[in-house]
Design a protein around this ligand. Structure first.
Ligand code: FES
Length: 116
């Protein structure tokens, strides 16, 4: 099957049972800010933003999954607003470049592999 809605990538930000659950002592996820920035910067047609239920590796909240045609990059412990800002900046720069750029070293320090 094919879809007319082709994107360069998808960013799934977890706010499941653990990620972003500040009442359980987990770091906050700036969901409304992310949605606003994604809209304001016109990113949606190029890079899908998905606010997700549990993605699986709950022991390393907050989890973000970045999927592209080339690979899936899982990030864990995205525990500060600055990381979300970095993700938005990276998405905007990728849109401008017309391709998914490499993630910064700061973000890649949070890379995890959830598979055996
Ligand atoms: S709640 Fe985010 S990985 Fe489970």
């Amino acid at each position: 099957m094919t879809t007319k809605r082709l994107v360069m990538g998808q960013v799934s930000v977890c706010i499941g049972c653990c990620c972003g659950q500040t009442d359980r002592g987990k770091p906050a996820v700036p969901v409304e800010w992310l949605k606003t920035e994604w809209r304001r910067r016109g990113l949606l047609k190029n890079i899908q933003l998905t606010i997700s239920g549990c993605l699986g590796p709950c022991d390393v909240p907050n989890v973000v999954l970045i999927a592209t045609a080339e690979e899936n990059v899982w990030l864990g412990n995205i525990d500060g607003f600055e990381y979300y800002r970095e993700i938005v900046e990276w998405a905007a720069e990728s849109k401008a470049a017309g391709r998914m750029l490499p993630l910064s070293k700061d973000l890649l320090k949070h890379r995890l592999d959830p598979f055996r």
